[in-house]
Every structure is written in C-alpha cells, then in structure tokens.
Design a protein around this ligand. Structure first.
Ligand code: GLN
Length: 541
C-alpha cells in the first residue's frame, strides 16, 4: 500500500510549494523509494489549457497529452520520470465527474454533497495516482483558509484517517516574513495558518519555513512549541540561487530521515551524489552565454517556465551559465534589444499580438547568422519569415492570424477545422518524429526517430513545402503517418532550427534535451567568436 504525504501552503501563495514537494520527493527517491507526485488544483476550470499564461503561468503538457499545471514540469524535472494526466486534477474535473454520475443515476435517492461525494471523488483520484508507488506526495494548490481548497484539505484529513497515522504525513509550507525595522523574522502568520489547518482537523507533522534570513534555533523552538511539532520537524527553506539546490538544503537538515521516521518507512538506498554534483556544476559555471527570448508574456515570471529551465539544462551540458534576456516583441526598439545576443529563441504562443516583432527577431537571426531556436509558434513564424523575405511571397501568413492570406504557408488541418470546443482539442502529447540523416537534429539527437510533445492546432502547409525546401529551409523532421513537418532547419547558417513540437517539456537537469544543448553549444561558439561553419545541404533521408 502507498503512503501519503500531503503538502499544504499557508500565509501567502507563490511560496514554492511545488518545489518543496518535488524536493521532498527527490530525497525519498534518492533513498530508494518509488515516489510519485500529484497536484490538486482547486479552481473550476477542467484543466489550465484554457487559461491565460498571465494568470496561471505556463501550461505543461505530459506524454499522454494532458494540459496540466506547471508544477508537473517541476515534478518531472526533479524526479526524472514522466507524469500522466492522473497526476494533476482540478475541482472542475472532480465536479464534472460527480455531476455526470448523478445524471446517470448512480447516487439515486441521495442528496449529492461536498462531503462525502466530492471528497470521495478526490480521495479516489489520489489513490489511483498513488497506485504502485511507495509514497505519493500530494500538493494541494492554494492557501489554507481559501474557500476553494477546503474540500481538498478535508479529503486529505479523511484519507489520513482511513490509512492510519503511520501511513500519512502532513507538511505545511509557510512564510516567515522579515521585518526590516526590527530586524526579525515573524512567526505569527505561521501560527495562525497552522491554527487554520487545525480547525479543519489536521495537525502538521513537518513545517517548511520560507524566509529571506536564516531561522535561528530559538525561532525554530518557538515555532515547534506553538505548532506542536518536534524541533527537528521545523525545516528552513531559505532563498537559494537555483531551485535544484532545495533538495540539498533539505538533506542537510535531515529531512529525509525525518520523513522516513514519521512514515515508519525503511529506506533501501542512499544515492544523492549525482544530483549534488549537478547542483555544484550549476552553481560554478565556467562559461557564459546570452540568450534572447523573444515572446509576449515576458512580464510573467512563470509563462515560459519549461523553456527557461531547458535553457539552464542546455547550459549545464556545456558548463555554461545561460543569461536569459526577455524581450517583449510587442514593444518598440526590438532591434536594439537583440544587441549582444549569442542566440535567439522564439517560444510557443497563441494569437497575433507581437507576431511582427517575432518575425523581425527571426529575420535578424537568419541574416545575422545568430543561432536560432524556434518552438512551435517559433517554427511557424520561421516558415512565414522565410516565405515573405526570401521567397518574396508578400504577406505570407498563418491562417491563425490572417484567414484570407494569399499565401497560407501555415494552415489548419481539415480535422482541426471541425473543432468547435476549445478545451483539450489541440494536437496534444507525444508523437513520433522521423529525423533526416545528417541534419542538425540528427547530430543532436544521435537518433533517427524521436518522440516529442505537442500543443498546437496549425501546421506547415505542404503545398508550399517543395518551394520552401528548394530555397534552403529544409524539413528535417516529419510525423510520417501524416507527412507533417516537425522540424525545419536552414542551410547555410551556423544553427537555425525550429520544431513544431515542444522539446522544452522533456528536458531535465540530469538529462538536458539534445536540441537545447546543441543550441547552447552553437550560441557558446558564437560567444567565443568560433561560430561553426554553415552546414550545407543535407542528405536525402
Ligand atoms: N498558435 C499556434 C498553433 O496553434 C502555435 C501554438 C504553440 O506555439 N503552442 O498552432
């Protein structure tokens, strides 16, 4: 049977609960346990796919094509295992299931209520995702005391009762605010938030304290006393330079031992050295490279989370610190902001705002022989830029932005045209891609078939493919069953590659994505004034 660790948050949101949960999981994985992670989101949307990145940050896509909370990205990156649609669910999904059951008459004769029907559904989803694992770490979104998260916290309480004390652990992540005037960290908000948790019937076993300053032994003792836990169960989580250091910080405080003891779980191993040395390399890079990310959600910290992280991993592969500069393509003076770029990346996106600026950035990369990496929309725009400026197909466009364009070099497939509902109806999840021999992609992957994740509706229009390829923008990766373009590369350029899929979702610090590490390699060569020679024509596959 699985054991459960519930992670709740107190005081304020954005405390890095996801990172704390993933770090706990990493430590337990290092002790030889089979661990999984789940995220419960208390909002009513069925999934975050229909939400604006301004509100919710990036939408993370799993192998099985679920559009999920970005914390699942952290889970995959920390654990180096794939998550599935079962690892993330929302209040919307829970209600949808319960209401469908009610309509089918499965509760006939009963009043359908939050307790027990909604909480039962939550528990059964948690148990399902935990199946086959020694420990399931369940992160509950929101902050304790929110109306929305109540049923989830209640379900956590009930589940604890069902499985017994030695099989469940409650972790509360809180903030100790620093008051500059009196130069002290304050514990009162934590006491109140633990009080809130107690009102619902949960006593936390472990308290993770986020703070800008070190927590003194006195303060730890105070929190322990007020919150009724052992002193060792008060864990510090100070700000660190890289999120990947958090498991190391926890380990130094014996958190893995604490958790194992509280869960009465025997450990079978101790394997944490490779992670630690990865963190050391990350903190002490020998080189530096400047990457411009040209996007439109540049003001939102989490909008391009996986791209940011994949770039960091690409840097790790070359012992390089990746300095990312976010350029808002809807703003003016784009040209000036590209100055000093060793590489340019255009990430995914929807809608036409900022498109012209992105096209300019791509043109600058193409003509200036600056390494370019396009992701999804970044590939579609690379095709549009090429069609307009090299093939002189005036106003060539994607039908997403101009339905009446004379040259629809990016278009929607007939099956997508029929789609009228927005949720979960894009081309989603993992598809195989056949890679052309001798291409940049082939060299990077070292393989001729790869699997990559998708999230888009539009595709390169095959009507224009021959024309575009003959001019020099080659299709070097395809989804063979439908002959869809998956990768394009430019001949006569040091490194210009764009993908219809999202490689960023599959990059991990322990296994940097080959395309990200090749891109950073090319950018680094440019930074050192040793740009690789243009590659010439590719062999036919
Ligand atoms: N808007 C484009 C499409 O739907 C690209 C999507 C993306 O970049 N994820 O095809």
């Amino acid at each position: 049977m699985s054991k459960f660790v519930f992670v709740t948050g107190g005081v304020v949101s954005s405390l890095g609960k996801g990172i704390s949960a993933a770090s706990l999981a990493k430590l337990l994985q290092g002790r030889g346990l089979k661990v999984t992670l789940l995220k419960c989101d208390p909002y009513i949307n069925v999934d975050p796919g229909t939400m604006n990145p301004y509100q919710h940050g990036e939408v993370f896509v799993t192998e099985d094509g679920a559009e999920t909370d970005l914390d699942l990205g952290h889970y995959e990156r920390f654990l180096n295992v794939d998550m599935h649609h079962t690892n993330n669910f929302t209040a919307g999904q829970v209600y949808e299931t319960v209401i469908a059951k009610e309509r089918r008459g499965e509760f006939l004769g009963n009043t359908v209520q939050v307790i027990p029907h909604i909480t039962d559904e939550i528990k059964s989803r948690i148990r399902l995702a935990a199946k086959g694992h020694d420990v399931a770490i369940v992160e509950i979104g929101g902050t304790v005391g929110d109306i929305e998260s109540l049923p989830f916290v209640e379900a956590a309480r009930q589940l604890g009762l069902e499985v017994g004390k030695e099989n469940v652990l409650y972790v509360h992540v809180t903030l100790l605010p620093y008051i500059r005037a009196s130069e002290e960290l304050k514990t009162k908000p934590t006491q109140h938030s633990v009080g809130k948790l107690r009102e619902i019937g949960i006593n936390p076993d472990l308290i993770i304290c986020r703070s800008e300053k070190p927590v003194t032994p006195d303060l730890r003792a105070k929190i322990a006393m007020f919150c009724s836990v052992h002193k060792e169960a008060v864990v510090q989580a100070p700000d660190v330079s890289t999120i990947y250091e958090v498991p190391v910080v926890f380990q130094k405080q014996g958190v893995d031992e604490q958790v194992l003891m509280l869960l009465r779980q025997r450990a079978t191993g101790k394997d944490f050295d490779s992670w630690k040395s990865m963190v050391e390399r990350l903190k002490n890079p020998r080189h530096e490279v400047n990457i411009v990310l040209a996007g439109k959600y540049t003001g939102v910290k989490d909008a391009y989370k996986s791209v940011d992280e994949a770039l960091v991993h690409g840097g790790l592969a070359h012992d390089a610190k990746v300095k990312i500069r976010y350029v808002d393509t809807a703003a003016s003076d784009l040209q000036g902001s590209l100055e000093g770029a060793d590489g340019i990346i255009v990430p995914g996106g929807f809608g036409d705002r900022g498109i012209e600026g992105k096209l300019l950035a791509i043109q600058a990369a193409r003509e200036g022989l600056i390494p370019y990496f396009g992701l999804c929309l970044g590939m579609q725009l690379a095709v549009i830029e090429y069609a307009r400026n090299v093939l002189k197909l005036a106003n060539a466009n994607s039908t997403e932005f101009d339905e009446a364009t004379r040259y629809p070099v990016i278009d929607i497939l007939p099956e997508q045209k029929k789609v009228t509902v927005k949720g979960a109806t894009m081309r989603l999840g993992s598809y195989p891609c056949t890679v052309r021999k001798g291409s940049l992609a082939h060299r990077a992957y070292g393989a001729l078939t790869v699997n990559e994740r998708h999230r888009h509706r539009f595709e390169m229009n095959n009507k224009y493919r021959k024309l575009i390829e003959e001019a020099g923008l080659q299709v070097t990766g395809t989804f063979a069953p439908k002959d869809l373009a998956e990768i394009v590369e430019l001949r006569d350029h040091p490194w210009f590659l764009a993908t219809q899929f999202h490689p960023e979702f599959k990059s991990r610090p322990e296994v940097p994505h080959p395309l990200f590490s090749a891109f950073i390699g090319a950018a680094l060569a440019r930074a050192r004034g040793r740009a690789p020679r243009p590659q010439g024509t590719y062999a036919k596959s």
